[in-house]
Design a protein around this ligand. Structure first.
Ligand SMILES: *Cc1c(COP(=O)(O)O)cnc(C)c1O
Length: 956
């Protein structure tokens, strides 16, 4: 037995296979003597970077936390009363520690494998039910990215859904009382797509002309609450659709959009227990009326049943999504904000309807008290009906009031030189109200007299009556509910998640620690720069490190998902062409194998998608590429390529592809989601890319959160720098910047300490080691499994990159056993399935990442080999595919202990196909789920509890 020296660096902890003996075992299986030898063969010379990365590092965990502490201390905490879509809130500690900081929740993947995701699916269904109840609309999705982009999605939904002959091609009308960042985002999207937007004060009705859709805000940015039913009725009359951006806390007291006649409600759920996070991540929501569910963007959780008739949750109507519909998808959004949606749903579970209403009443009463005090002192309010925000006229004195408040540690909103906004929230104390009054030069706070909401806007309907919002009142109950749900799921804290293209690597605890420090988490995105030095230095440092890693000149971390990075990059390309007078360049070439978001993003950037064929070996079909370039050369805007390709291979001809597109006047977008195969070895900015996005929630260790948050930085060469994302909160576009992509300047800033820490912990050499280890792990899996499941594509050297595609199609044709059967059978072994049928139908794509150790990889290989033997049993006629343990997988505890057992295979084979499972066994709570049944009969809110008791109710 070899004794290895104890690990000393963080890289030794991050990388799973670190023991030389393990590395040697893996190399031997692949047929190489050294790791560098394997890497030199796998990665084409033509793209290798010539210098090692120059990055600071590698710091220890203790050092990194000390550095983060220094940065945190350079942010100034203040009482945040700026409002404008962001409000301070109390994250109940039981939710903070056990969900936001709980690995069972934050390391989970998007619930595409519903049998091992019942816990998070239930939490997301609670979120949808909460949104449906509070907005009074019947269908809600399971989160969007932020409020401003959610409004943009609603505007596009109205443009798709409005079939009225005259209205459908009309303009979009935005009320002037919308959040300014919302208006900026919608204008940016509309400009790319070429439709008209008018911003108008809608208090007294709609402007003239054909109107496709109208967006209102309740309460408005001024704080005003008003009866919108008349303007909504007028819109309907004229054939327009109506969206209301609404504050969920306000909706506990005021008439919800659904009852006012709105078609769509959108907004942020941030103030339901999600920290300010300097602008994000927060879950936005969208709810629609009946009949619009098939055009709704984002994911919807629905109720279906499993193979025993037991009700079970799964993602519904996925055929609307970009994975399937590509350029015809309802949105480009893939990663959304699942973890934050779950936090806010638990906030509602924790408080219940009465608790939420009590919070809202306190907030409202405090705002009324402040209003009365200011009015008493002779100040004038912009609106006398409000929920939590008052806007005060202080002619010529706004800056003075702001400064006086800041001196008392309070941030107010500077609207203009004559106007100041104050937003009250659940953390506001009487002392704070007094200090605000003093800043305005007003006397002591009088108790809330006057300013009652008028009857016409008072909510009369009930909400959150489902038991889930009325049961878990004690912390013991709530803790157990949280634990019960997470125990139903498989996340990275229990098993390797070998999802190709998703890079489910370690999310180290030290990387996670700082995100909930109040000096990072409690900063308002629009706080003055003097209070955010630490944040901005961290962000600038991370952007610089990412520029060094990618070989680009400039990086913006604003996009809050990979899809948003794609849109930002494509809009930069568009801006560049337009600046040169090339308005006609609008064709985007996209390989057939591309990720679905690519095509959906190109459409949002106003481009026309032209598909380039894939050759038999998985590379881009050169003849087809040349033909497409030739056919479109005058209108060619860009090509989007993924590198290494979505087939998990380093194509050696990538430079030629880039050159050919450049020669025709096009730009090259390199989808950098697979950067885990490149860091330290090759730089897209140096081998031909003009712009890329990266996924910090893949390569740079931000956990996947069960479907978000994400960060999708856009990185570009200098010529595109002037078109990088601008700031949506700046009245005019800053000089030298492009359109804003997210509501706040730094997008999902709150999770950036994770990636910052990862880079500092690893340093340039450690990051490069990680890439090499990821290559080794993938090639080891490919080498070991190839004889059981042929590896579909390899590069010229016979090697794969950081992932490999296992081809099941021949086995399926011969035995009927499908890739899905294998994916489900893996659950019986306690594994999350690899990526199923992407990018090639009938295959499984495996990405072990550098973080898995040899024993865990071997456990996976053992499972796959065992499954292959079962497929052979089908081939040999031991059982038919229908009666096999494969088709009947996964097996629940209820199924294997049932007193009736008439299967063609023993119970032991069902539950314990390998002996180690006798000790460590995960039983899924439900068996194989029938997705189609749920789509035919869409149920997307919490079902009555007795639905689960009476199983026969769901039986065929
Ligand atoms: C994950 C991925 C994306 C999309 O990223 P999101 O953050 O989910 O929007 C795009 N392209 C590729 C190749 C990916 O793997």
């Amino acid at each position: 037995m070899t004794v290895h020296s104890s690990p000393t660096t963080f890289a030794d902890r991050h990388i799973g296979a670190r023991r030389q003996s393990d590395i040697d075992t893996m190399l031997k299986a692949v047929g190489y003597d050294t790791l560098d030898g394997l890497v030199d063969s796998a990665v084409p010379d033509s793209i290798r970077q010539d210098k090692p990365l120059t990055l600071e590092g590698a710091l220890s965990e203790v050092q990194v936390l000390a550095e983060l502490r220094k940065l945190a201390n350079r942010n100034k905490m203040a009482v945040q009363m700026i409002g404008q879509g962001y409000y301070d809130t109390v994250t109940p500690p039981v939710i903070r520690r056990n969900i936001l900081e709980g690995p069972a929740w934050y390391t989970a993947y998007t619930p595409y494998q519903p049998e091992i995701s019942q816990g998070r699916l239930e939490a997301l269904l609670n979120f949808q039910t909460m949104v449906q109840d509070l907005t009074a609309l019947p269908v809600a999705n399971a989160s969007l990215l932020d409020e401003a982009t959610a409004v943009a999605e609603a505007v596009l939904l109205m443009r798709r859904a409005n079939k009225n002959k005259t209205a459908k091609d009309g303009k979009t009308v935005l009320d002037a009382d919308l959040l300014p960042q919302t208006i900026a985002i919608v204008l940016g999207r509309a400009e790319a797509l070429g439709f008209e937007v008018e911003v108008a004060d809608l208090t007294n009705g709609l402007p003239d002309g054909d109107i496709n859709g109208v967006v209102l805000q309740q309460p408005g940015v001024s704080g005003r609450v008003w009866d919108q039913s008349a303007v909504i009725a007028e819109a309907k009359e004229r054939g327009a659709l109506v969206t209301v951006a609404a504050d969920l806390l306000a909706l506990t007291l005021i008439t919800p959009p659904g009852e006012q006649g709105a078609d769509i409600a959108v907004g942020s759920t941030q103030r339901f227990g999600v920290p300010l996070f300097f602008g994000g991540p927060h879950a936005a929501y969208m709810a629609v009326r009946d009949g619009m569910e098939r055009t709704l963007p984002g994911r919807i959780v629905g109720v279906s049943k499993d193979n025993a008739g037991v009700p079970a949750y799964r993602l519904a109507l996925q055929t609307r999504e970009q994975h399937i519909r590509r350029e015809k998808a309802t949105s480009n959004i893939c990663t959304a904000q699942a973890l934050l949606a779950i936090v806010s749903s638990f906030y509602a579970v924790y408080h219940g309807p009465d608790g939420l209403k009590a919070i809202a009443e306190t907030v409202h009463n405090n705002a009324r008290a402040l209003a009365a005090t200011l009015k008493h002192a002779g100040r004038e309010l912009v609106s006398d009906t409000f929920f939590d925000t008052i806007t005060v006229r202080v002619p010529g004195k706004a800056a003075k009031v702001i400064t006086a408040a800041e001196a008392r540690g309070i941030n107010l909103r500077l609207v203009d030189a004559d106007t100041v906004g104050v937003s009250v929230d659940e953390t506001t104390t009487p002392e704070v109200l007094s200090a605000v009054a003093v800043a305005f030069g007003a006397g002591p706070v009088v108790s809330g007299q006057g300013f009652e909401l008028p009857e016409s806007v008072l909510r009369t309907s009930t909400y959150l009556q489902h038991p889930v919002f009325n049961t878990h009142r004690s912390e013991t109950q709530l803790l157990r509910y949280i634990r019960k749900l997470s125990d139903r799921d498989l996340a990275l804290d229990r098993t390797m998640i070998p999802l190709g293209s998703c890079t489910m690597k370690l999310n180290a605890t030290a990387e996670m620690e700082a995100i909930s420090w109040p000096e990072f988490a409690s900063i308002h995105p629009f706080a003055p720069d003097s209070q955010t030095e630490g944040w901005r230095e961290l962000i600038a440092g991370l952007e610089a490190d990412l520029a060094e890693i990618t070989g680009y000149d400039q990086v913006s971390i604003q996009p809050n998902a990979g899809s948003q990075g794609e849109l930002a990059g494509l809009l930069a390309i568009r801006g560049y062409h337009h600046s040169r007078g090339d308005q006609q360049r609008n064709v985007c070439l996209i390989p057939a194998s591309a990720h679905g978001t690519n095509a959906a993003s190109a459409v949002l950037a106003g481009m026309k998608v032209v598909v380039v064929a894939t050759a038999a070996d998985g590379t881009i079909d050169h003849a087809d590429l040349e033909a497409k370039i030739e056919a479109h050369k005058d209108v060619l805007s860009a090509i989007m390529i993924t590198y290494p390709s979505t087939h998990g291979v380093y194509d050696s001809d990538v430079r030629e592809v880039c050159d050919a597109v450049h020669a025709a006047g096009g730009q090259v977008y390199v989808d950098g989601a697979n950067l885990n195969a490149l860091v330290g070895l090759a730089q897209p900015g140096k081998f031909g890319g003009d712009v890329s996005h990266l996924n910090l929630h893949k390569t740079f260790c931000i956990p996947h959160g069960g479907g978000g948050p994400g960060v999708g930085p856009v990185a570009a060469k200098a010529h595109l720098a002037p078109f990088m994302p601008g700031d949506a909160n700046k009245a005019a576009h800053e000089a030298g910047h492009g359109v804003a992509i997210s509501a706040s300047r730094f997008g999902s800033a709150g999770v950036l300490p994770i990636s910052w820490a990862y880079v500092k912990l690893m340093g340039g050499a450690g990051l490069t080691e990680a890439t090499k280890s990821a290559l080794l792990a993938a090639n080891y899996v490919a080498a070991r499994l190839n004889e059981h499941f042929p590896v579909l594509y390899t590069g010229e050297s016979g090697l794969v990159a950081h992932e490999c595609i296992l081809d099941l199609r021949e086995l399926t044709a011969r035995t009927g056993v499908t890739a899905e059967d294998v994916a489900k059978r893996l659950i019986d072994f306690g594994f999350h399935a690899p990526t199923l049928s992407f990018p090639v139908a009938g295959t499984l794509m495996v990405e072990p990442t550098e973080s898995e150790d040899l024993a865990e990889i071997d456990r996976f290989i053992e499972a796959m080999v065992t499954i292959r033997k079962e497929i052979d049993q089908v081939a040999a006629g031991d059982f038919t595919v229908e009666t096999s343990p494969l088709r009947n997988a996964p097996h629940t505890a209820a199924a294997v202990v049932s007193s009736e057992w008439d299967r063609t295979y023993p119970r032991e084979q069902a539950a314990f196909p390998v002996s180690s499972l006798r000790q460590d066994k995960y039983f899924p709570p439900v068996g194989r789920i029938d997705g189609a049944a749920g789509d035919r009969n869409l149920v997307c809110s919490c079902p009555p509890l007795d639905a689960f008791e009476d199983k026969t109710a769901f039986e065929n």
